[in-house]
Ligand binder design. Structure first.
Ligand SMILES: Nc1nc2c(ncn2[C@@H]2O[C@H](COP(=O)(O)OP(=O)(O)OP(=O)(O)O)[C@@H](O)[C@H]2O)c(=O)[nH]1
Ligand SMILES: [Mg+2]
Length: 173
């Protein structure tokens, strides 16, 4: 599985929150956009590998397109792509480009709305409905359920952990 999104959207923080109980996943987080420069691979026990991607948009590394596009397009065992959108600012132009890329490559992807601790419940409800409408009407490969999360309060993290375990074949009932 891999995590993509605009620089500073909270990819590394989300991975840190999701895998806080997995000591082998040591991600670096920074206040400065463009912190993650390379694709970082982490082995989660013997279960699966996750990839923390550099961000696109402001301060993206110059070789972003060659690196990330090629990976997304060519990696046959990529099970799912988690596309992170800032839950407060919603879908921006650069996000639309990433969405189009996922659609073009026919990637199975999931939209995660980040930093939900920064907005009021009312504002957030409006954002979620608007993005849900977009997913329902404008996308083919996007999973129909959105995952709003906060890496600060851990809101939504447990559900996303369960979903990850499920799609990687590790949720044994
Ligand atoms: N309030 C709040 N801040 C967050 C959350 N997630 C991340 N941040 C902050 O957002 C900033 C960027 O977080 P990162 O996780 O490094 O973002 P990134 O997407 O990995 O950024 P790049 O590696 O530069 O592409 C940091 O200052 C984080 O503390 C969240 O859920 N809530
Ligand atoms: Mg990062």
């Amino acid at each position: 599985v891999c995590f993509i999104g605009r620089s500073n959207v909270g990819k590394s923080s989300l991975i840190k929150a999701l895998f806080s109980l997995a000591p082998e996943v040591q991600v670096r987080v920074s206040k400065k956009p463009g912190h993650t420069k390379k694709m970082n691979f982490f082995q989660v026990g013997k279960y699966f590998t996750l990839v923390d991607m550099p961000g696109y948009g402001f301060k993206a590394p110059k070789d972003f397109v060659d690196m990330v596009e090629a990976y997304l397009k060519e990696r046959p065992n990529l099970t799912r792509t988690f596309l992170l959108i800032d839950g407060v600012v919603g879908i921006q132009k650069t996000d639309s480009i990433a969405i189009e890329m996922c659609e073009e490559f026919s990637l199975p992807y999931v939209m995660v709305l980040t930093k939900i601790d920064k907005a009021s419940k009312g504002y957030l409800a409006k954002q979620v409905l608007q993005i849900q409408e977009f997913v329902d009407t404008q996308t083919q490969g996007c999973f129909p359920q959105l995952f709003p999360v906060s890496s600060v309060t851990y809101s939504g993290i447990h559900l996303l952990r369960c979903f990850l375990a499920h799609i990687t074949g590790n949720l044994h009932q």
